[in-house]
Write a protein that binds this ligand. Sequence first.
Ligand SMILES: Cc1ncc(C[n+]2csc(CCOP(=O)(O)OP(=O)(O)O)c2C)c(N)n1
Length: 513
Amino acid sequence: MNGAESLVHSLLRSGVTTCFSNPGTSEMHFVAALDRIPGMHCVLGLFEGVVTGAADGYARMAGKPAATLLHCGPGLANGLANLHNARRAATPIVNIVGDQATYHRPLDPPLTADAEGFARGVSGWVRTSMDVRTVGADAAAAVQASKIAPGQIATLILPSDTSWNEGGVVADALPTLPTPAAAPNQIEQAAAVLRRGGDGVVLLLGGVALHEEGLALAHRIQAATGCRVVAEGSNARMARGQGRLAVERVPYVVDQAVKAMAGTRQLILAGSRKPVTFFAYPNKPQSSIPDDAPVHLLARPEQDVVEALARLADALGCPKIAAPDNGVRPEAGRGALTPESVAATLGALMPEHAVIADESITFGRGFFANTCAAAPHDWLNVTGGAIGGGMPMATGAAIGAPGRRVINLQADGSAMYTVQALWTQAREKLDVTTVLLSNRKYQILLGELANVGANPGRTALDMMDIGNPDLDWPAMAGAMGVEAARTDTAEGFADLLAHSLQRPGPFLIELAI
Ligand SMILES: Cc1ncc(C[n+]2csc(CCOP(=O)(O)OP(=O)(O)O)c2C)c(N)n1
């Protein structure tokens, strides 16, 4: 058995069954091994940002890591922005990078780069396999490392000779390391704050606290104590829709965030961090939380936050209660395409257990209100602020959650970073509906210009205009095998969305907003 074969066998034994890949010469033995070993679903992405973003979306839905397969330092570098987003989402990924043969590297061939250095900024664990006999064990260790709570990127670099040499040894799965529990005083302190109650107690949820079980516990705590429950601004995965506690997020826009959080008198962190603004702005605060509000720590992101919420609910004696009633589903929107009408149509039509991959940037800021009474669904945000995450995330989520329709709410400027994801959606016949929000601008940056107090002229404004030439979305999608249509009315959107949901495979709806 060669090293590459021991790698694939060991990944499979550790439960890694999907590999998003964009290989090169140094990964040829891995690719060849896949021919001989059944059980690994290998998915080609035509740019490494698609590969890494898809691995992120996959793990968020599948609840277990995928592997990537990237080519040398430069291939890894192309995938770094979405690895950054995945790191911010605490997504487990086994990030495999093929590299120069150990004895060829000293000659400094053209693709030689500091792959370990590139990897380190996004990875919680980095190892280079230097001997064919340890490749299997290194793979098992990488899977184990990736799953250390709350989840992290484990990068395994494989010089090509360790792949092709004979002498590979298959490794068994290593045990999943236990997630540390919150200390008793963390629970007691949060319980004391909630018992004292009063206005302005905020329970801020992050990470898995926003999955179904955590939200149900937060609902009980809220009902019993009257606290306010809020989610972090960007979240890896949030259970939403009918029967799930409707939770607002800390807004992106600083002034709105400050206004939304102004009433906070006590902040309790549950798998979350104290909010900070995305950027500093002249004469604006760096956090939306009032400076004098004490911060209490129910559970750190790396602690078992759902178990901590359960202990907190017990400590407070919160009774079991019926699931929340978020009211009636909205009617599909009518007339002009506005954030409200688009959200109403989504709320009306999204199927049960849809997965929303949200990179809607400015147009989507109001989407939450009209979708909380929709059918139960999961909502995924791009978490690290690096645009170009949405389409790959939707692609991976569709593979990680087979049988569930993915709806990708996708701003046009961000879409252009990783648009090749459409091709993977077509090739893999994925049930992804892309709602392409075509404003032909970097709208958010127009707001940021005002925020930093700049006075833009023609040249500055041109840097935020992505029309001229206009992007032809139906043609672009069609060129990659994805059927598409354009509309400029809410009625047209409802028709196209209903159409896309009834047919298998991907579909792109361009909304001229
Ligand atoms: C990797 C990366 N490059 C650049 C940026 C800066 N940036 C933030 S938003 C944005 C434009 C977003 O435009 P679009 O996706 O069309 O959304 P809109 O603002 O129009 O709603 C840019 C370039 C970023 N956040 N991440």
